[in-house]
Design a protein around this ligand. Structure first.
Ligand SMILES: [Fe+2]
Ligand SMILES: [Fe+2]
Length: 468
């Protein structure tokens, strides 16, 4: 009679040897499969983990809008050899191949790699999986579907429930949302010791969400490079003399510097964006007035950059200057498509973005108490209103020149334009100083966006009716 310990060793040996002696010898091909499975399992798990760890640095920082690293926690319940409760980690790298994380983006789609590790039943048992995943949102920023396939390895649950390798497949709802639900199946590989397939239901939470954080509506005219939005970096050096006076705590001062510096970068990005607009309008034969106004707008954005950088610099006792980026290359589209592109971009960046920027600057100016800041914001507000007006004129001209294709493209863009305004991280700042130095809270930011969006939609729908 064999001892329990002896039986365990033999069962383990059978697992490793793939039933060569225990359940019958099935031929050299199965031995080969078993041998491959025992090597490939850990190898593929390691490859999945390596794909995540080797993802580009910016992916892990989650500051690039096509690479996302999304760690998460999962709770699972598995049904198979026995019912197992799992508590685990799920890390995903996703590469967006459709859509972006800005608020005008269409539904996002991604492929990538995942790695999971779960602790089972609060015991010494665990389950590991790695592989590839892919899917996309069904609605923008909302629910999505994602599938995954890979390799899994579960350690023994007890001496009666041996562990082993398996094929892992799953489908679930995951995407723009933080919380996800997954259904997963594990098929034990040939040669493992009588294990049943396992079915798992898992609930997880990933942050940032797998396809990145929900889109942010930038305001003002944005710089697009290869279909993506870019912002310049900023250079800075300490300067002599005291920082702008005023009793503000350090956290508030830092938040103000960061906010005004961010505005300087956005304004500076608008300079090449307007130069490109002037160039592209000239290339499709736009009236000279439109081209001249685009060039003049680039000059306005130089002033806005200087105003915002100097407010940030005064607060920090630094001299700041953003990099001037080059204008994007010509699109290479035929004239009709180019007219559609110019029309849509002017709708998004001019009618919506700069219209909201004008309203926002007006609200900022109203609360500004510090010398010079209210005047700077007043000047920015009236310039941005003029830029929004230019956006409307470009839309109007493109509609009249491009006919039906442009009308249809604009109709789609107006219907899809975002309900949600720009979201900003709540600053750690004292409220009255924040307003006094020309900043506003999320409520005013939302209101500025919504007020402009409502008016802009009505105007665009009127234009579409008139042009139809
Ligand atoms: Fe501006
Ligand atoms: Fe502008």
């Amino acid at each position: 009679m064999e001892s329990r310990a002896g039986g365990g060793v033999k069962r383990a040996a059978r697992g490793r040897l793939g039933n060569v002696s225990g359940l019958g010898y099935h031929g050299p091909s199965e031995v080969l499969m078993v041998s491959l499975s025992s090597r490939l399992g850990p190898t593929l798990c390691a490859l999945g983990a390596a794909a995540i760890l080797l993802a580009p640095g910016e992916a892990r920082a989650a500051d690039d809008d096509i690479h996302w690293f999304s760690p998460g926690l999962i709770l699972s319940l598995s049904f198979g050899d026995k019912i197992n409760f799992g508590l685990g980690l799920d890390a995903r790298y996703s590469l967006l191949f459709a859509g972006e994380t800005n608020c005008f983006s269409s539904e996002r789609r991604a492929i990538g790699a995942f790695a999971q590790a779960s602790w089972l039943n609060f015991s010494a048992a665990g389950r590991f999986a790695a592989g590839i995943h892919g899917g996309g949102e069904i609605e923008r920023g909302g629910f999505g579907v994602n599938g995954e396939v890979g390799w899994t390895y579960r350690t023994a649950l007890s001496e009666f429930h041996p562990g082993g390798h398996g094929i892992h497949a799953g489908i679930g709802g995951i995407g723009g949302q933080i919380v996800d639900v997954f259904f997963r199946g594990t098929i034990p590989l040939l040669g493992d010791d009588g294990r049943k397939p396992e079915f798992t239901v898992a609930v997880g939470a990933h942050f940032p969400p797998m396809y990145g954080e929900p889109g942010i509506c930038d305001i003002g005219r944005r710089l697009r490079m290869n279909g993506r939005f870019v912002l310049p970096g900023v250079a800075g050096a300490p300067r002599r003399g005291r920082a702008r006076s005023g009793k503000i705590d350090e956290a508030t001062r830092a938040a103000l510097v960061s906010a005004w510096q961010g505005d300087a970068r956005g304004e500076c990005a608008s300079i090449p964006a307007f130069l490109a607009l002037a160039r592209d309008l000239a290339a499709v034969g736009a009236p000279r007035d439109l081209v001249d106004r685009a060039l003049a707008s680039a000059a306005d954005e130089v002033r806005h950059t200087e105003l915002c950088a100097s407010i940030a610099g005064d607060l920090a006792s630094m001299t700041f200057a953003p990099d001037l980026l080059p204008p994007p290359r010509r699109s290479g589209l035929d004239r009709t498509r180019e007219l559609s592109r110019l029309c849509i971009e002017s709708w998004e960046d001019g009618c919506l973005g700069e219209g909201a920027a004008a309203e926002r600057a007006r609200r900022q100016a109203r609360g500004a108490k510090e010398p010079g800041i209210g005047a700077a914001l007043g000047a920015i507000a009236s310039d941005e209103a003029r830029h929004a007006e230019l956006g409307w004129r470009v839309v109007e001209w493109c509609l009249s020149e491009g006919g039906r294709p442009v009308r249809e493209a604009l109709g789609e863009a107006v219907a899809a334009s975002p309900e949600g305004p720009a979201r900003e991280e709540a600053p750690e700042a004292e409220a009255s100083a924040w307003r006094g130095y020309g900043r506003i809270g999320q409520h005013d930011i939302d209101a500025a966006w919504e007020q402009n969006l409502g008016l802009a939609r009505n105007t665009a729908e009127g234009m579409l009716r008139a042009s139809g």
